[in-house]
Ligand binder design. Structure first.
Ligand code: NCD
Length: 335
């Protein structure tokens, strides 16, 4: 494992991640990808540490891949499930976190349907001088850093399988299509991709991508770097000459009003199909964070086409990238 400098105790958002930090994650994930391809797929890096998964909202890939990542680093893993926990008896979230702290937890991965919960836990852990690192596993509409980082790793790997680097993304056109308004994945990707110098084009109906969204987003940047984001309310200009297209799930559970006429009409306007990808670069590939509404944001046929879809690669990359994050945050904690 290469020695890298890493200053962050918590990973709550990518808004203030520099290009160098993003590259550190990619480089570290590359070495863990090599570990995962060996016969013994485990390293002792986090032996003796406890990683607690606190998922207050449903999850398949994020929770499971954090669990596998922690195990492959030889950490002990605790999984918290709200439905069978003392939350049902009225225990608060912070008291639940403190309970896991008292058991010796070193790293917490927190997912919650409300924005800010991982940050609130991180602040409490700091107030107690616990040294615990908190990783945001997805909070409300706000952020999902590990998803954007695994997307970055997947893109870098596709662009140069032998030497994946985030530097390859500079100048690439990446379209993000779909339910941008309700997507923490889109927000984290916007910070991440623009910091790497990619040109991001957003496409969605105005109800899912309101006027001024991109400018308002850029104006919140805590770093003084230029970020290239263009928004469109039709699909064609976003797809035109795109190197990659990322499509997002329609987040029906987060829609408070009826924002769409019908799913069929949505698919007609913004659903990705093989046919529509003809507007893109001939080497175009499609990403989707999952879970997918087949036939809504993406056609079944395109989703299952291994020549065009990176969806399985994203899931595979997720383990190496989450190993990298847990390693960078956890190394040194056990000594
Ligand atoms: C995403 C999430 O939960 O934010 N899924 C994921 O983590 N792979 C996106 C979604 O739910 O649509």
């Amino acid at each position: 494992m290469t020695k890298t400098s890493w200053e962050r105790r918590h990973v709550l958002s990518l808004a203030d991640f520099t290009a160098e930090e993003l590259e550190t994650v990619v480089e570290t994930a590359v070495s863990f990808r090599d570990v995962l391809s060996r016969r013994t797929r485990k390293v002792p890096a986090l032996q003796g540490l406890v990683v607690t998964n606190m998922f207050f909202e449903p999850s398949t890939r994020t929770r499971s891949s954090f669990e596998l990542a922690a195990k492959r680093l030889s950490a002990d893993v605790l999984n918290f499930a709200p439905g069978t926990s003392s939350l049902t008896k009225g225990e608060t979230i912070l008291d639940t976190a403190k309970t896991y702290l008292a058991m010796g937890t070193n790293l917490m991965v927190v997912r919650h349907q409300e924005t800010g919960v991982p940050q609130a836990i991180a602040m409490e852990m700091d107030r107690l001088h616990s040294g615990v690192g908190v990783l945001n596993g997805g909070d409300g509409l706000h952020a999902h850093p590990s998803q954007a980082l695994l997307d970055l790793f997947t893109l870098a790997l596709t662009l140069d399988p032998d030497h994946p680097t985030s530097k390859q993304l500079a100048g690439k056109k990446i379209a993000i299509v779909g339910d941008i308004l309700h997507s923490r994945v889109a927000r984290s990707n916007l910070w991440c991709l623009t910091a790497c110098g990619a040109n991001v084009h957003l496409a969605a109906p105005p109800t899912l991508l309101p006027p001024g969204f991109a400018d308002a987003f850029i104006s919140q940047s805590p770093l003084a770097i230029s970020r290239a984001i263009v928004q469109h309310n039709t699909l064609a200009p976003a797809l035109s000459e795109a190197d990659f297209v990322m499509t997002l799930r329609l987040q029906k559970e987060r829609m408070t009003q009826h924002r769409l006429p019908s799913l069929r009409e949505y698919h007609q306007g913004f659903g990705l199909t093989r046919d529509r990808l003809r507007l893109c670069q001939p080497t175009v590939k499609v990403l989707h964070p999952g879970p997918v509404n087949r036939g809504v944001e993406i056609s079944s046929e395109l989703m299952d086409d291994p020549a065009l879809s990176l969806i399985s690669e994203q899931v595979t990359s997720g383990v190496a990238v989450r190993m990298a994050l847990l390693y960078l945050m956890g190394v040194g904690k056990g000594e």
